[in-house]
Design a binder for this molecule. Structure first.
Ligand code: SAM
Ligand code: SF4
Length: 329
């Protein structure tokens, strides 16, 4: 194995979030409120399967054991199953996850499982179909819920569900969500709304801290679980009376970045050291031949030494990221 990816602050990177497309068919108010708009370049400019294989190989050779395939909506890629299969076949990769809006899950999840997908995160911002429609711009609540049921039928033992927490829209739904996961092995993850470059006053209107939810959980007997090395940044709570779990992702909380263990590669092949970084570093010129792997690793290692200790969200600086669909959230 080449030298493990590690930065100046002794953070080790086990986890790659790989975006495979910027395209999305939903219009989430906090992400792509006007829907996906092509940036002028054709969708063929997204990473090809051979490029994906090379970047994953290099990361795996430097200690990465978990890859999340994200987007945009990753399942819009016609070769999604082949992408999953090739990531899963890479030596050293133990977990292959995806984050999806779930609209195709009911029909396709059996194929994802066969291809080697080990973990699924699906976004469900409300259990009220009308609110789901209002937040996502798509009337697909029933389809997404059927997709979750199907995922259990085909053998997934747990499904993670992402909920972007929004004041006045879904923040009052905690009791309904708790009821939903009582007898279901779902890890429900409340994500604090994050401010991005193209967001208007939505953040001011709807941002709410996860602290109130954490306090309610603790008061009701929920206990914080211990983190594993390649877990995400969620604080996960468990309760003896519930089959499901609750995760809280609170990027505005002090020390959030201390446990950072992930790097990102965008659908156009740029390395992002932070979700809220200033710019991406071009990797694509080194993804054209297998023989370029050592040069690719060297470039990533060098860039890692410039990774900041923390994001600057508290100063109102969300970096260059226009919306999370552009580098996969
Ligand atoms: N399309 C897929 C989906 O929505 O699950 C994957 C890509 S999406 C960018 C990844 C995650 O980022 C989703 O759970 C989404 O809800 C979340 N997200 C997007 N914009 C966000 C924002 N401004 N603040 C917090 N979470 C956001
Ligand atoms: Fe699409 Fe996901 Fe962004 Fe919603 S959050 S618009 S589903 S990329």
């Amino acid at each position: 194995m080449a030298q493990q990816f590690e930065d100046r602050f002794h953070r080790k990177f086990y986890y790659l979030r790989l975006s495979v497309t910027d395209v999305c068919n939903f219009k989430c108010t906090y992400c792509l409120p006007d829907g996906y708009k092509p940036s002028g370049q054709k969708s063929s400019s997204f990473l090809s399967l051979p490029e994906i294989k090379r970047v994953v190989r290099a990361f795996a050779d430097c200690g990465t054991s978990k890859v999340r395939i994200t987007g945009g909506e990753p399942t819009l890629r016609k070769d999604f199953n082949e992408i999953v299969h090739s990531v899963a076949a890479t030596q050293g990769i133990e977990k292959v996850a995806t984050t999806t809006n779930g609209y195709r899950m009911e029909k396709q999840v059996a194929g994802w499982k066969d291809a080697g997908l080990t973990h699924i995160n699906v976004s469900v911002d409300s259990l009220d179909p009308r609110m789901f429609y209002q937040i996502t711009g798509e009337n697909k609540f029933t389809q997404v819920m059927a997709g979750i049921d199907r995922a259990f039928e085909v053998g997934y033992e747990q499904v993670k569900v992402n909920v972007v927490l929004m004041k006045d829209l879904n923040s009052h739904e905690l009791p309904a969500f708790l009821n939903w996961i009582k007898d279901r092995p779902i890890q429900l993850r409340f994500i604090e709304l994050m401010q991005t470059g193209e967001m208007d006053d939505l953040f001011q209107r709807h941002h709410v801290s996860g602290v109130a939810i954490r306090n309610q959980l603790i008061a009701n007997g929920w206990l914080l679980k211990v983190r594993n090395k390649n877990d995400g940044p969620a604080q996960v709570f468990v309760h003896p009376d519930y089959q499901g779990e609750i995760g809280l992702i609170m990027p505005y909380e002090k020390d959030f970045c201390e446990s950072c263990n992930r790097l990102r590669v965008s659908a156009k092949g740029k390395l992002h050291l932070c979700l809220f970084g200033e710019h991406g570093v071009e990797l694509r010129d080194l993804l054209q031949q297998d023989e370029q792997e050592s040069a690719l690793i060297e470039r990533i290692q060098q860039q890692l030494q410039t990774k900041s200790v923390s994001h600057f969200l508290h100063d109102g600086n969300s970096g260059m990221t226009p919306h999370l669909a552009s580098i996969g959230g």
